[in-house]
Design a protein around this ligand. Structure first.
Ligand code: NAD
Length: 496
């Protein structure tokens, strides 16, 4: 049994009082506990981050980047250790955990080159003998509140860019798998980043409320479910903080009749059931164009779904691990019960699957529904588990209409052999991240990540150029070095 502490001002900090259980989902047992910050601990961490901001923001961007170069190398050296922590508490396979950390390292790599992005503009003689320049300056203490499903990648979307821009950071990771966050912060210190620049505060909704109301926290980045994202957005903007809050998803992919179905079936199974469907970019709905295509696609996917290798994520050859908690497992299974009641055809029922050696782990098998209709709750709501719905549509236009009418707009994809159809889709679809013959179109670090509609409560996406925009504010200086004397002016100045 272990206890996960906070990480404040360069040190692990244990606090007495309330703690929460952490499960090992592969075995279904409590494996450890995580500390819960009270108001004093939150004040302590904000003070540390505020103090560190003065000297950190004054360092040249180039010197800050040099710490990030070292951090990138350390993350690469520790990728197996970090993946082990993720698998132990989240349940996903080690290879999937490693892949997700690599996507986070990509953001650190982008942050190493931040100097280029922090350059402003300069113009001589905007008026006679007057010059103007713009610059981007850091905000101060920023906070990140992250979900359980990517314990390394999502924090790494946030704090490397925040600190490269000169801010200091407080991370509040998910209480379900909090160990990785502490190591991420600790490795940052090992890379030479000064104490107080990256901190971790543990807890659940109470500490989040504290963050949202703390006057010294200037910006909040949030990733999690839509109801919480919406709450975070309204609460923190009312406190005049800068906020980006990302919510849930229901990612559709269209399959057109002109594709190589064997290949597409394989790809969809990976994108729907990888990480047990606990990905905000997982495909959860297939819009199959035409009955013949739907039948052929299901025939190809069925054996693959039934033969998924399910078990503890740390064992070799496992393709799908357990779900994160018993509570989440029951919620996902209850959606399958609901789908049956709503009249969808349950082609594969994985509800009772349990690996024989792991009787208490939070496992289920892959489930596949056919004949799902847009009015059904299993179509409208995010399930966040290994459950895929097939919706049969007569043509491309109907498929596009369904996607555009859905309340979520995180990711989507189309499988087609036609450039014309693909281009039409990419242009008209009302979704933030679009794949063409790519099932999970997560943008690379130097592009920006973010959905549309109720998958986002923000104007600015994460990482890439938009990440720099979020973590900096723009200042424009207009200057004159007069040779003569000033005269009083009582009308608005005009240039020229
Ligand atoms: P969650 O909303 O339950 O929790 C996210 C964070 O908010 C956690 O740190 C948690 O402690 C905190 N929290 C939970 N309830 C709260 C409340 N009532 N008030 C204040 N804070 C609260 O999400 P989760 O279950 O950890 O993660 C899964 C969800 O995240 C899914 O909906 C998934 O689609 C979404 N997600 C979205 C993206 C994206 O980029 N859009 C990426 C990953 C995950």
């Amino acid at each position: 049994m272990y206890t996960v502490p906070h990480f404040i001002n360069g040190k692990r900090v244990a606090t007495p009082g309330k703690q929460l259980d952490i499960y090992n989902p592969a075995e279904g047992k409590v494996a450890g506990h995580v500390a819960v910050a009270d108001a004093n601990t939150l004040n302590q961490v904000v003070d540390a981050a505020k103090q560190a901001f003065t000297s950190w923001s004054a360092l040249s961007p180039l010197r800050r980047s040099r710490f990030l170069f070292r951090y990138k190398t350390l993350l690469e050296e520790h990728i197996n250790e970090l993946a082990g922590l993720i698998t132990q508490e989240h349940g996903k396979t080690l290879s999937d955990a490693q892949g997700s950390i690599q996507r986070g390292i990509d953001v650190v790599e982008f942050a190493c080159g931040i100097v280029h992005r922090l350059q402003g503009n300069y113009m001589e003689n905007v008026a006679t003998d007057i010059d103007s320049y713009s610059l981007r300056q850091p905000l101060g203490v920023c906070a990140g509140i992250t979900p359980f499903n990517f314990p390394a990648m999502i924090p790494l979307w946030m704090f490397p860019i925040a600190i490269a821009c000169g801010n200091t950071f407080i991370l509040k990771p998910s209480e379900k798998d909090p160990s990785c966050a502490v190591r991420l912060a600790e490795l940052c210190m090992e890379a030479g980043v000064p104490a107080g620049v990256v901190n971790v505060v543990q807890g659940d909704r109470d500490v989040v409320e504290g963050i949202l109301h703390h006057p010294d926290i200037k910006a909040v980045s949030f990733v999690g479910s839509t109801p919480v994202a919406e709450h975070i957005f309204h609460t923190a903007t009312a406190q005049l903080k800068r906020v980006q809050a990302f919510g849930g998803a229901k990612n559709h992919c269209i399959v057109m009749p002109d594709v190589d179905l064997d290949q597409v079936a394989d790809t969809i199974v990976g994108a729907a059931y990888g990480s047990a469907g606990e990905r905000c970019m997982a495909i959860s709905v297939v819009l199959a164009v035409g009955d013949a295509l739907a039948d052929a696609l299901i025939a190809r996917m069925q054996p693959k779904i039934k033969e998924l290798k399910i078990g503890p994520g740390d064992q070799p050859h496992i393709e799908m691990g357990p779900l994160v908690t018993q509570q989440h497992l029951e919620k996902v299974k209850s959606y399958v019960d609901l789908g049956v009641k709503e009249g969808a055809k349950l082609v594969i029922d994985g509800r009772d699957y349990q690996p024989s050696q792991h009787k208490h782990g939070f496992y289920m098998g892959g489930c596949l529904f056919d004949h799902v209709k847009p009015g059904m709750q299993i179509y409208r709501e995010e399930i966040f588990g290994p459950v895929l719905s097939i919706v049969r549509v007569p043509d491309f236009d109907t498929a596009l209409q369904y996607i555009n009418e859905h309340e979520y707009g995180n990711g989507t994809a189309i499988f087609t052999g036609s450039g014309e159809v693909a281009r039409n889709f990419a242009s008209r679809v009302q979704v933030g991240m679009v794949g063409v013959n790519i099932p999970i179109p997560v943008p690379m670090a130097y592009f920006s990540f973010g959905g549309w509609k109720r998958s986002i409560f923000a104007d600015i996406h994460m990482h890439g150029a938009e990440g720099v925009q979020f973590y900096t504010k723009l200042k424009t200086v207009t200057q004159r070095w007069p040779k003569g004397s000033f005269t009083a002016g009582f009308t608005i100045p005009t240039m020229g």
